[in-house]
Design a protein around this ligand. Sequence first.
Ligand SMILES: Nc1ncnc2c1ncn2[C@@H]1O[C@H](COP(=O)(O)OP(=O)(O)OP(=O)(O)O)[C@@H](O)[C@H]1O
Ligand SMILES: [Mg+2]
Length: 503
Amino acid sequence: MTDAKPVLHLDDIVKTFPGVRALAGVSFSVMPGEVHALMGENGAGKSTLMKVLGGIYQPDGGAIYMGTDKVVMAGPLEAKAKGIVFIHQELSLAEELSVAENIYLGELPRKRFGRVDWATLTERTDAILKKLNVGFDAKTRVGELSIANQQMVEIARALTVDAKAVIFDEPTASLTDAEKTVLFDVISDLKSEGVGIIYISHRMEEIFKITDRVSILRDGQYQGTVATADTDEEAVTQMMIGRTLDLSRNASHHELGDVALEVRGLSCGKLYTDVSFEVRRGEVVGFYGLVGAGRTEIAETLFGLRDPSGGQILLDGQEVRIHSPADAIARGISLVPEDRKGQGLVLGMNCRDNMTLPQVDDLKAGPFVAEGAEVAIFDQYRDRLDIRTPGWKQQVGNLSGGNQQKIVIGKWLSMHPNVLIVDEPTRGIDVGSKSEIHKLLRELAAQGYAVMVISSEMPEVLHISDRIVAMYSGQITRTFTSDEVTEDNLIQAISGIKSGQAA
Ligand SMILES: Nc1ncnc2c1ncn2[C@@H]1O[C@H](COP(=O)(O)OP(=O)(O)OP(=O)(O)O)[C@@H](O)[C@H]1O
Ligand SMILES: [Mg+2]
């Protein structure tokens, strides 16, 4: 490092919540033009630290410096006024407003008599959107956008501020590769302008691609800062979790059983057309494609959230019609949805009740039995998935992002489905738990479940699938066995280049 003054210096920050010491004295600096990674397992304290920096939480101890000045971030607006821009892990947009209104909320350009200057607003917004190369415009209602595009709106909003430091809390969790490339260009621009960047991510390849230094937290304790160039994945993992991980390809092969799920010529309007595939008991089938390829919509159809416009669904060889999630659950289909915030969790409810929600009726043998059974289910999956919470009574909204996701996964796994569909199972999940979830999905298959995994992470799909279905623009372009798939032919298949071997 040069002898330039840090943009930001965190000095011995402490923050506790009831029953949780989230930060136990964390210190590090961010230099101008530096991309500084902040890493740690789910619940390690990353988001909490950033919320302290962003004025959302007040620390119980320690101080924040900008340059040589000690500063107090009394609230989010003050942090913003000091040039600290925050791109949150949880999206914080107003769905009923337009993209432009969201980006300039609180600072809408005004004409005389205080009327909003819509022309200027639209023009300014479209200029930023153009830079980000997105496929929507200033007037689009945010609620109509995919999660990935909503994330791009958050990023656009950050670019309107004259920033000294920008915090990205898992910005790529729902972005496609193309959007990621745009994001990395944005980061590289900010870097060359001397902005300090804090980058939180569980994705090692990104950390090693774009960051200069890495600071590591474990259970709220600061573990140290290392130059990215001087370290490697294994060393960082070791610092994060205190042990090394076996990340070798999952080789567990087992006998395949009968076809549990078969889909014949299924269509859903323009979302996807003429889709056919089957999933056997004992099999993990990965669905890979770009966002918008139709994978999530297929999952939603199988779970009774969308009515197909044509084709057939067969379970154990019998044609079925699935009109609602209750129908799907009754037939043994579980879906771990992509948007866990919106579709999976009741944030104000405790951990145990969230996990057993779809099963309460079955567990109601009597108040005591039900309580015990519910807690037992929660305990089992807490241990299995390593969910970090002081206890089952904790409100789910108070868990870290990754731990919230584990609750949803536990909820659907505990139903013992015949067909388990998981949409982006490890988004926001740390490396250790990620390999645990992969193992768990393989094990469930080995026990005779039919497992469908939708993922936008190629290494994940390659790692856990027995077969891979590649989709492009609502159609299956090719189905691969794990022996014949390569990164190249998979990329080709999801880019719309049809090969002779259609599924
Ligand atoms: N408002 C709150 N009330 C109670 N506990 C909280 C609150 N916010 C965070 N915590 C707890 O503080 C700890 C740190 O959470 P934090 O969200 O900072 O983790 P994280 O490192 O961002 O994890 P992830 O990778 O899962 O996003 C967790 O144990 C979490 O449950
Ligand atoms: Mg977090």
